[in-house]
Structures are given as C-alpha cells and as structure tokens.
Design a protein. Sequence first.
Length: 371
Amino acid sequence: MNDTIRLCCPCHFGLESVLKYEITKIGGTDLKVSDGKISFTGDANILARANICLSTAERVLIELMEFKATTFEELFQGVKAIEFERYINPQDAFPVKGYSLNSALHSVPDCQSIIKKAVVERLKSKYGINWFEETGATVQIKFSILKDVATIYLDTSGVGLHKRGYRKNSNTAPIKETLAAGIVDLARVRSDSIVCDPFCGSGTILIEAGLKALKIAPCINRRFAAEKWNNIDSKVWQEERSRAIDNVDRSAQFQGIGFDIDDNAVALTLDNARKAGIKSRLKIEQADISKFRQPDNSIVICNPPYGERLLEIREAENIYKQMGRVFGTAEGQSDYIISPHEEFEKFFGRNANKRRKLYNGMIKCQLFMYF
C-alpha cells in the first residue's frame, strides 16, 4: 500500500494546535483541523510514523468516506461503495462501532448492523464467498454520524495511543498521557529543561516531559492493530521504528524533579520511569507541598488534587493557597497548572498570564499559565 491515504487523528479538545504542529513535523500534508480531530494525507510510512511518534493523538484512523445519510438505504449504499477489499482480507475480522449525534439515524445498534451488512455484501461480491469466518487480523470499522453526515473509518491503532506501555499501574486520579504530553508541549519543554511536578502521582507528566526532551517517540515500545494487516508491508513498521530510535537525543540535559506526599506514588513514578527508559533523568522524593521550593530556571507542570465532596474541595483550596506561597516568581521560572476549580486563581493568589480550556476526561478544566 504505497498510495496516499487520508488519515484522521482525534485529540483532546483544546490540543488541536499542538497536534497540528506534530502532524506537520512528521510529514503529514493537506491538514484539516476541526474540534477534537485533525485529518491529513500521508502514505503507509506516515501512517506507521503517526502511531509511533504522535504524542497528543488518541489514535490514527484511515478516513475512507464521508457522505450524507438520512435513511438506512443511503447509509447502506454509501458504505457499500467503499473499497473495503483494499484493507480487509477474506479471513479478517471486521467489527463495527461508532456513534450518532443530532442525526435522523440515531439508533447506534441499527447503524452498526446496516454498516456490517453493507461491508459483507461488498466483500461477498469481491471475493465470491458467502461466509466470513473472521478468524484473522482485526480491522476495526468505526463510524460517526454527525448532523446527518456519515464518516467511515478504519482504526489502525487498536488500543488507544495514550497507552504507551510504561504505565501498567497508576494512582487513583491519573492524568491521561496524551493530555500530559499536550501540556508539556504548551509549556515549551526543551532538551535542557528542568521540569518539576510537586504532585507527581504515577509520574505521567514528568515521564512525558522526559520523552519530549529526549525526543523518544512515545509509542516506540508498543504494537498496533495495523501491524497484523496484510496490506501494509512489515518493512514499513521496521523502518519507522528504526527512524524513531535514530532520532533519540541522549545528549539532552533534561532533569525531572518530582514530589508526592504518598510513598507509594514515589515508588510508582520510579517504576514507570524505568519502563519508559528515563529513570536516570528523574529525582523523586516523598514530600508535602509546603516543603517545595522551585529551582531557578525551571518549569512547574502539575495536576494538583481537586475534590468532589465539600471537605475535599476545601482541602484542595488550601493546597492552592500553599502552592501560591511556594511556587516561584523569579526570572526564568514558569508554572503550568491544570485545574477544574473555577476560582483557582483567587486561592493561588495570582492571575494567570494566559489560560486555555482543556478537558481531563469528561472534566472541564483550565490550564493556568504563569511565565
């Protein structure tokens, strides 16, 4: 498969500009940015490179077709016209999942079965067989129907790209790796940055900062669904992994400094950092926020605790006050804090230089930027 492919990467709302820069950097062309996703053009190498190297994409999809569908007949015919035989072999499994919003075709199970039936009819006519065992590789079909426009995709990633492989365990309120990577990018972490996280939890922010600084591709150590597909040469994946390994900058002077009040979190961060290959770059200690002192010329990036019950919220507000006292205001210091608390700045004691709306899972947050 050497011809050009239309690809699409969903991302966290608010990280579109970061992902756009990443896609351009890996060689994607003809970018189209919309809320929570970016579509672009590339070949098989770009497809593999996107999976291995993009730090803020949730997954890499092949965008097959977009068409209007207000009836099941229109949906059936639109799907049946797609050249699925380019990607799906007679023995492959091809499950269907997706969603529908603000559309005449609102029943997702009905849409799933219509799409499945259309694909089966298409492949029956192409392969001259009546029965599909679906025992081979999985080619996941995804659909979205938004305001009566259906878009059909194939998922090349499999497990979401936030699953880098280094975080087998996490503490109770982890930040997603893709979101942490986006914040690291917005904080302009460089190869010689000193990055501090006084609430390091399972170490996600510090690890993503380290990967960025050392130019280690975030998903270099994991596998993807499309690696089992017959139509993408295995050499493509080998080439792109070699390219990613060659790109690593071991001369980077990056340092990560982390604290957490919980001993288990300290051990967890070190274990995850070891799996990510950057343990030697981190210094992690058990300490309370009141003991924190921000080093000169350093960047604080953190996801401080926030409560859901009244008592926890009061405790979180006290932590914000302490943060305001101990976080630096000296030349060369900057702070990037993600919080859902509407009045964070009031408790922190300073207004942010800049704010950006982000979502941590389903929780609407702000990234408060001080520099």
